[in-house]
Design a protein around this ligand. Structure first.
Ligand code: OAD
Length: 256
């Protein structure tokens, strides 16, 4: 065993750590302290609204105006001035900048807080709220305002075919080949602020565990039902435990 607790990574010279590629998976818990709601915690999004009415292709075809209204609200909220990256987003940007190896950041979040924190490369497996996609011609374009049933695609000029560029239940997440390629290279897998309820992301830890060399770390507010699959866990607000974890990885923990 290279290190048996997160804390011990600081005790080891970084050149003996056989960690080159780090794959990070983030979930809604990383953005919670920025003021964005999680989904399944008490008071979370899916406790207030029925996801089948709002986050499925069937819902969109049944009542596109209702689905647009839901995502328009979330898009507007994301752009309010009080919604800013928190120290967890900043720590991950620092890790991607300063780690001598590769850091692949995969997020289930549709917000842009990782990018705003300065992370240049983010894989948004559940899409991006600030983009729209044309169901007719496939164009993906930045979209900051409301979408409606009469919004016009600038490429094919069809009306009413633009939808939020987010993955709905029953749809295949984005960029899976790139993600599984990265998981195959990973030496360290870190899951942060996700309940591990939605597949395929929930299955990443099991997938990498089949590779004996991959260490798996969970960072969350509290233990989750899948916590037993991880080699290490640390619990607390992401804005506190993640910067500390990154400091340890980068060997920047003050002595004592
Ligand atoms: P969930 O709402 O399912 O889980 C949020 C997780 O964040 C929980 O495990 C919390 O314990 C943890 N958490 C909350 N606050 C935290 C904090 N301050 N610091 C650290 N952890 C905290 O959200 P996700 O797991 O991201 O998909 O949900 C996965 C997917 O389900 C979402 O991408 C979305 C949703 O339905 C789609 O919409 C397709």
């Amino acid at each position: 065993m290279i290190w048996s607790r997160i804390g011990r990574i600081a005790d080891l010279p970084t050149n003996v750590l056989p960690i080159t590629t780090i794959v990070i998976l983030t979930g809604a818990g990383v953005s919670q302290e920025s003021g964005l709601d999680t989904f399944r915690d008490r008071g979370g999004v899916w406790s207030r609204v029925n996801l089948e009415d709002l986050a499925t292709p069937q819902a969109f075809h049944r009542d596109p105006a209702q689905v647009h209204a839901f995502y328009n609200d979330r898009r507007a909220r994301l752009q309010q001035p009080d919604i800013q990256p928190n120290p967890a987003h900043l720590a991950l940007a620092r890790l991607q900048r300063d780690w001598p190896g590769e850091v692949v950041l995969v997020t289930q979040n549709v917000d842009d807080l990782h990018e705003r924190a300065g992370t240049p490369r983010v894989i948004h497996m559940h899409g991006e709220l600030l983009k729209a996609r044309c169901e007719q011609c496939g164009l993906i374009l930045p979209w900051l305002g409301p979408l409606s049933v009469v919004s016009k695609c600038p490429a094919c000029r069809d009306y009413g075919r633009l939808r939020p560029h987010v993955v709905w239940f029953g749809e295949v997440p984005l960029e899976l080949p790139r993600i599984y390629d990265a998981l195959a290279r990973a030496d360290l897998f870190v899951s942060i602020g996700t309940s591990g309820s939605v597949y395929p992301a929930a299955g990443f830890v099991g997938h990498v565990r089949s590779e004996a060399k991959v260490r798996c770390v969970e960072l969350n507010l509290e233990p989750q039902s899948g916590s037993g699959q991880f080699d290490e866990s640390d619990y607390g607000p992401a804005s506190l435990i993640l910067p500390a974890f990154v400091d340890r990885l980068l060997g920047r923990v003050p002595p004592g």
